[in-house]
Design a protein around this ligand. Structure first.
Ligand SMILES: [Mn+2]
Length: 325
């Protein structure tokens, strides 16, 4: 086929929802925005960041497929949350701003593309919801938040510290973002919470770094031995001295039974525990943005991890309108 005759893929059947690319629907069937200026009609903006860089186990995880899978399963849902009597889709104008352009050979260029897309969203005072990708993508997202002038309280939900100085010579590998956020982006470590840390995949130097910097760490033991309320209250108190919270969720903060398409770390949070924490926090603290990373569709079971990602977004957005209990 000559290039003149090339045509974009056209679905073989009529669909009622907007397509982001090929046969991939937009998040929740929302409006697809391709022109930055149309972001002004949006309160919440979904962005895909399908980047997979250095891998720490095996040769690939498939995390770059998560934006596509999360969008596909999201079509199953409306926005109504009966427990709260809140319709998220009636409260927010949500749109899908597509994926940041990825260059598999060029991490700097890719990160700049992610940064620019998130910055576009912030310019219109909207909330970016970014689905990765590996955990390194949090760095350009938080960079946009910081450079837009926000002083964020970083809430890092993860089984791991993700604060190594580098990995295989790469300072921006998936196990290093928290150190980059502190050392390169200048986020005060006193404004960083690491929640759900557990297990023997953490290096001793990671704990030593977190402790020496004064990062607030709640391990799974801290939470389960009566620490949930203490953690939530400390975050809410601390958020009052910041411009709001930025939430980054590594799916392995969840127990592998709740999120089979993650790194497979046992003894994690249940889906209810994570969402309950997010709802309680975002009910009281302004949400600046959120990312969900390290979701591996090729090893998922009935897409349940992608479904959970959609639930996390919907409940977190609903939280703001939940009357105080
Ligand atoms: Mn992790």
């Amino acid at each position: 086929m000559s290039s003149e005759k090339f045509r974009p893929y056209i679905p073989l059947f009529e669909v009622e929802y907007p397509l982001v690319y090929l046969d991939v629907p937009s998040f929740l069937g929302s409006k697809v925005v391709r022109d930055k200026n149309n972001l002004k009609e949006c309160d919440v903006v979904f962005i895909g960041a399908p980047w997979e860089g250095e891998i720490t186990w095996g040769s690939w995880s498939g995390c770059q497929l998560a934006p596509m899978h999360v969008r596909r399963v999201s079509l199953r849902y409306g926005g109504f949350i009966p427990e709260f009597n809140i319709d998220v889709l009636a409260k927010y104008r949500i749109c899908d701003y597509g994926d940041a352009c990825i260059d598999p050979d060029n991490q700097d260029k890719t990160f700049n593309n992610i940064y620019r897309k998130v910055y576009d969203v912030l310019e219109f005072n909207s909330i970016p919801i970014v689905v990765g990708g590996d955990h390194s993508i949090t760095v350009p997202v938080v960079k946009a938040i910081v450079e837009k002038g926000f002083n964020p309280l970083i809430l890092h939900f993860d089984a791991h510290y993700d604060n190594l100085p580098s990995y295989k010579g790469n300072k921006y590998a998936r196990c290093c973002p928290i150190r980059r956020i502190i050392e390169d982006l200048g986020v005060n470590p006193d404004n960083v919470f690491q929640i759900g840390v557990r297990g023997p995949r953490n290096a001793k130097i990671s704990k030593e770094y977190a402790d020496s910097m004064g990062v607030h760490v709640y391990t799974i033991w801290d939470l389960r031995k009566g620490g949930f309320t203490k953690c939530i209250n400390e975050i809410i108190e601390k958020s009052k001295k910041c411009d709001g919270v930025y939430i980054t969720i590594c799916m392995d903060v969840l127990d592998s039974s709740a999120a089979p398409a993650s790194a497979g770390d046992p003894m994690g949070l249940t889906s209810y525990e994570l969402i309950d924490m997010l709802v309680n926090i975002v009910n009281k603290a302004k949400l600046l943005g959120m990312d969900i990373v390290e979701l591996y569709p090729p090893i998922d079971v009935r897409e349940m991890t992608s479904h959970l990602a959609v639930w996390i977004v919907l409940y977190t957005l609903a939280a703001r309108f939940l009357e105080e209990k």
